[in-house]
Design a protein around this ligand. Sequence first.
Ligand code: ZN
Ligand code: ZN
Length: 334
Amino acid sequence: MLDKEDVLQIRVPIPGRDRGLNHTLVYLVKSLDNWILIDTGLGTDEGYSFLTQSITDLGFKPDDIKNILITHGHPDHHGLSERMREWTGAQIAMHQLDAKSEFRRRNRMDVNDDTFKIWNTLYGIPIELMQKEQKAVEKHSNEDYSPWRSPVPESDILIKGNEELFGDPTIVSIWTPGHSPGHICVYDKKRKVLFSGDHVLPRITPNISMYPGDNHNPLGQYIDSLTQVEDLDVETVYPAHQGTFTGLKDRVVVMKQHHEDRMQEMTNAIKNSSDGLTAWQVASNIHWNVGTWENIGFWTRRMATTETLSHLEYMYNKNIIKKTEHNSQVIYQI
Ligand SMILES: [Zn+2]
Ligand SMILES: [Zn+2]
């Protein structure tokens, strides 16, 4: 038996990111008489060497790890899972919704796909501009393989959420959809810690977007999921990016307020227009930390639009704003 701290944090690098999220924080947690690895990191050779070397340096043998728990299916969390399964012989467990949806989600960004085109047009995203930008991306990309679009490995154990994990009654999963449909947090009741994945981060709010094929209300789900964790008896939060923090409830209050403020800004933009606005137009009329609308580049603008859209659909579901369809476009109005 290893005589170690019960929770160990490893900062797996995300190469190519010069600012913001340049690491994924993965964790080793002692459970019964073995160890769980929570998340694996982006699927790069550099990340794999770093993670396996770090685990070895900490004094572990690969087969000390019996389970790999994935908080959600995004590539910066799940990318190394297949290689880590091979290295450890452990089983991969994740929520059933992300196990199914993430591969499709990541690979359906095909600009020439009709459904994708219709969906983008519906929310005001200029399709000709998108096709032009897509061609530019293809021309400048010599690599066929991108760790951000790699296939998702099969999961051995499908989690439904809100259940004890791997036979340990003190460690439970909490289903927290919003940032992704099958996001889970891991609550360790005995140690009073929450492994929050991307659900609650200390200094930024996770991206809550709507994607083609989504017919739900991700921001509504996300806010309900924040409520699910805010009153847990937690002393320390271990998120998947940035760093460890305390004061879970205070952080959740700030994050909820952030979304309220964004919705107020969007409502004001709609009020200031005469005939209502598309999601793209609303996004172009509000403030973005990354720069002015003219300067942030097409793909960032598109991402800003899908994030705006989740707020607009939330407000529509709450009867705060109305929407109509006109010339194959959805127009949001007060
Ligand atoms: Zn994520
Ligand atoms: Zn992430």
